[in-house]
Design a protein around this ligand. Structure first.
Ligand SMILES: Cc1ncc(COP(=O)(O)O)c(C=O)c1O
Length: 436
C-alpha cells in the first residue's frame, strides 16, 4: 500500500533513505518520556520548546478534561466564553498592562503573521500609505507561513519559496557569549547600519521584527538587553513599530515572564505561542498596545483587521493556557535554579570537552557551538550524529546544526540537570572519539 515509503510526511525531516525510524513514545511524566521499547529519555529541549512544566502535568490535564466536558469549542466572532476573557485579562496583567489588547490565533507562525499584518495596516489606517518595509535580522526564524518566512533569514528552510516572499531589509544580530569582549563594537555597527537605512528612506519602514534576547532556530544566538534598548531609541526616533517575536522567549524562558520585561523595553506588538498552554495544545496570541489597537477602532470595514482561524480562542486551549499561567506564577525558584546550574556547569562542559565554543546562557536556555571541520549551519552533520547518539545516553537533544543547546522544562530537578550535563559530556566524548 505505501510502497515501502513512510505514511507520515514528517516536519523538518529529509524524506529519504537516510531518514531514521522515529522513536515510539508511550507516555510522558515530568522531564521524562517513556518509550515503547522500555527506555526512558529526558526531554532536554522541552519538545520543541513548548513543554514548560513537564509532560503530563496534572493541573493542566485536569483543566483540559473539565473544560472538554463543559464546552469544547464555539465560534469566536459574535460569541465568547469565560476562559478566553480570563486568559486575555491575565496575559495583559502578566505584561504589566504594557499591552492592552489580545488577538487569538493558533500557532507561532500565525501569531507572527497577525503582527506583521497589524503593523502594515496600522500605517494604512493612519493614512500613511508608503510605510510598507520591514526590517528583520540575519539568522532570524519566525515560522513557516509566507509572511513569517519572508521576515526570516534566507535559509535551507525557505529558499525554494523566495520568489513568493515580500522584500525585507536585514541586518546582523549582534550575538554575544560568555567571555565575548567585542559586543559594543558589534552592536554599534548594527545600530549604525539600521540608522542609515532609516535615514536613507524616511517614512518607508512599517516595523522592525526581532526575536528579543535569543534567536531560537537560527542557532540560539543571544544579544544583550542594551542592544534592544538602543534599537528602541532608534525606532522611537523614526516612529517605526517594533514587533517582538516572543514565540520562544515568552513565559519565563529568558528570566522574566517576557523578554521585553527582562530587557526593560517596550515593543508595540508581541507574538506568543509555544509555552502558552504548557505544551498541551496549539495556541497563538498577538498582544498589542492601546496606540496600535486604537487605529483599528472604527466602524469602518476598511480599518478592520480581517483575520481569523476556525479554532481561534478554542475553549480547551484557553483552559490549558489559564492552568499554565497558574503554574508560571509558581515557577520563579525553578527557573532561577536552572539558570544557576547552567552558569555552574556550562563553562565546565566547555573546558572539559575541548570541542565547544561560545558558551551562552539566558535564563533557562544554555547553548554552545560545536567545533567541527564542516561549515557552521543547520546542515552540519554533527546534528544528526547527536540526535541519534543522545538517546543512548538517556537524552532528547536536537542540535541546530553545530549548535548544541539545553532548554529543559521548568520541573527539572537540580539532580536531573546535573545528570543531564554529565550525560551530555559522555555523549560528546563518544562523538569526539568517532569524528574529531
Ligand atoms: C521565534 C519563533 N517564531 C515563530 C515560530 C513558529 O512557531 P510555530 O512552529 O508554532 O508556527 C517559532 C518556532 O520555532 C519560533 O521559534
Amino acid at each position: 500500500m505505501n510502497r515501502g515509503k513512510p505514511t507520515i510526511w514528517r516536519p523538518f525531516t529529509i524524506q529519504g533513505e537516510s531518514m531514521t525510524t522515529p522513536l515510539l513514545v508511550k507516555s510522558g511524566n515530568g522531564l521524562w518520556l517513556q518509550l515503547e521499547d522500555g527506555r526512558k529519555i529526558a526531554d532536554m529541549i522541552s519538545s520543541w520548546w513548548v513543554n514548560l512544566f513537564g509532560h503530563g502535568n496534572a493541573h493542566i490535564a485536569c483543566a483540559i478534561a473539565e473544560q472538554a466536558h463543559r464546552l469544547e469549542h464555539v465560534i469566536f466572532a459574535g460569541f465568547t466564553h469565560e476562559g478566553a476573557e480570563r486568559l486575555a485579562d491575565r496575559l495583559l496583567e502578566f505584561s504589566g498592562y504594557h499591552f492592552q489588547h489580545a488577538f487569538f490565533s493558533d500557532n507561532g507562525s500565525t501569531a507572527v503573521e497577525v503582527a506583521l499584518k497589524t503593523a502594515f495596516q496600522y500605517w494604512k489606517n493612519k493614512g500613511e500609505h508608503k510605510r510598507s518595509r520591514i526590517l528583520a535580522f540575519n539568522n532570524a526564524y519566525h515560522g513557516d507561513t509566507l509572511g513569517a518566512m519572508s521576515a526570516a533569514s534566507p535559509s535551507v528552510f525557505n529558499e525554494v519559496f523566495s520568489e513568493w516572499m515580500i522584500d525585507v531589509d536585514r541586518v546582523a544580530y549582534p550575538s554575544t557569549w560568555l567571555g565575548d569582549h567585542d559586543f559594543t563594537d558589534k552592536e554599534f555597527e548594527v545600530l549604525k547600519e539600521i540608522e542609515l537605512l532609516f535615514e536613507s528612506t524616511p517614512e518607508s519602514f512599517a516595523a522592525v521584527i526581532i526575536e528579543p534576547l535569543i534567536q531560537g532556530a537560527g542557532g540560539m544566538q543571544m544579544c544583550r538587553p542594551a542592544f534592544l534598548q538602543q534599537l528602541e531609541q532608534l525606532t522611537k526616533r523614526y516612529e517605526i513599530l517594533v514587533i517582538y517575536d516572543e514565540v520562544m522567549t515568552g513565559f519565563g524562558r529568558t528570566g522574566s515572564y517576557f523578554a521585553f520585561q527582562e530587557a526593560h523595553t517596550s515593543p508595540d506588538l508581541i507574538c506568543l505561542s509555544k509555552g502558552i498552554t504548557g505544551g498541551f495544545l496549539p495556541m497563538g496570541m498577538t498582544l498589542s498596545t492601546a496606540a496600535v489597537f486604537d487605529t483599528f477602532y472604527a466602524d469602518d470595514a476598511m480599518k478592520t483587521l480581517w483575520h481569523g482561524h476556525s479554532y481561534t480562542g478554542n475553549p480547551i486551549s484557553c483552559a490549558a493556557a489559564n492552568a499554565s499561567l497558574d503554574l508560571l506564577l509558581q515557577s520563579d525558584d525553578q527557573r532561577n535554579a536552572i539558570k544557576n546550574t547552567h552558569f555552574d556547569l556550562l563553562p565546565q562542559l566547555v573546558q572539559r570537552t575541548e570541542i565547544l565554543n561560545k558558551p551562552r546562557i539566558q535564563g533557562t536556555v544554555a547553548a554552545v557551538d560545536i567545533k567541527t571541520s564542516e561549515e557552521a549551519g543547520y546542515l552540519n552533520s554533527v546534528a544528526s550524529q547527536i540526535k541519534t547518539t543522545a538517546p543512548e545516553y538517556g537524552l532528547l537533544l536536537r542540535p541546530l546544526g553545530d549548535v548544541l543547546y539545553l532548554m529543559p522544562p521548568y520541573c527539572i530537578s537540580e539532580a536531573e540537570l546535573v545528570w543531564a550535563y554529565e550525560q551530555t559530556e559522555k555523549m560528546l566524548n563518544k562523538i569526539k572519539k568517532a569524528s574529531f
